[in-house]
Ligand binder design. Structure first.
Ligand code: SF4
Length: 310
């Protein structure tokens, strides 16, 4: 289970005012260097006045950017679409568009703009820094789901781990997962190293993850056929491999929409398949390494690396 019932409540229990003061002080203390928060750069341009822009635009001149003055609500529209105009269902995906700057913000405006760009992130960042972050583990989140999402509670632990690898890695989401399968069952995933930006924890599985988990459950329940040298695949996964090759050949790989999990080349679907294949290969390698298997009469359909019989 997650926190004891008496401790449950907001993920960031110190509240917005304390988090906002800490954020503003953190930016003030950085001086002219500014601070990087996920994909944006926060800068104090003069005492009490702030600017936000994409971090890759740090050295661009103001005339070269689309400039908004003293309007933190402009961040809402900026956060909606990628550089290519695609909808961003997950605001912490590393695909924030460039080419804009929001300036002349006061401290409240800075907070508001950041909260539109990255909902909840500054509060969770502050909670993590102060050791007050509260998490909700997967089994509790899953148990709350109903309707078409109610089945996600049936996902086995290993499938949850692979779903996190696929859906939450740095390449697709800038938050770092802080929850586990349940309080006694850690996710125990390999660390991805220090991020280039401030760490923002993820205290609870988001709606995109829940939707992905539902797709994963369907995949896990379809019968799979062993494919020597690869991994057991079901019909949908075999179709995925075909679609992947076709998309790579036609140059359309990478155009599938982020939240459309029925598309075979959806990036999270491909990451899930890659995680499963890597797991299967690692298991096969570990098994192949056993000394107990004699070579003579070896029934393996695929020879081990360095097999003396071939
Ligand atoms: S559940 Fe995963 S994808 Fe969703 S916000 Fe958390 S880390 Fe990101």
């Amino acid at each position: 289970m997650s926190d004891a019932p008496r401790d449950r409540g907001l993920h960031a229990p110190l509240g917005v005012a304390a988090a906002r003061s800490a954020l503003v002080k953190w930016v003030d203390d950085a001086g002219d260097a500014g601070r990087t928060f996920l994909q944006v750069r926060l800068l104090s341009t003069r005492p009490g006045v702030y600017e936000v822009r994409h971090r890759r635009d740090t050295h661009r001149s103001l005339p070269s950017l689309s400039t908004v003055t003293n309007d933190p609500f402009a961040a809402r529209e900026i956060a909606q679409a990628t550089n290519g105009g695609g909808y961003r269902p997950l605001k912490t995906a590393p695909n924030l568009r460039q080419g804009w700057v929001i300036g002349d913000l006061d401290a409240r405006g800075l907070w508001t703009a950041l909260d539109y760009l990255y909902p909840g992130c500054a509060a969770h960042w502050h909670a993590a820094r102060t050791g007050t972050l509260r998490v909700t583990h997967w089994r509790e989140t899953a148990a709350r789901q109903s309707g078409i999402y109610g089945s996600v509670k049936l996902l086995p632990d290993d499938a949850v781990r692979n779903a996190v690898r696929a859906c939450c890695g740095d390449a697709v989401c800038l938050r770092r997962v802080a929850w586990d399968v349940d309080a006694g069952t850690p996710l125990a995933l390999a660390t991805e190293g220090e991020p280039e930006h401030e760490t923002v924890p993820c205290p609870e599985a988001c709606s995109l993850f829940i939707s992905f988990a539902r797709k994963v459950l369907v995949l896990e329940r379809s019968p799979r056929t062993d494919l020597p040298g690869l991994a057991p695949l079901n019909a949908a996964e075999t179709e995925q491999v075909r679609a992947l090759v076709a998309a790579a050949a036609s140059g359309t790989l990478g155009t599938a929409r982020e939240g459309e999990f029925d598309e075979p080349t959806n990036p999270r679907r491909l990451r899930y398949l890659a995680a499963r294949i890597a797991q299967a290969r690692a298991g096969a390698t570990a098994h192949d390494g056993g000394d107990a298997l004699p070579c003579e009469g070896c029934p393996r359909p695929v020879p081990c690396a360095g097999c003396p019989l071939i």
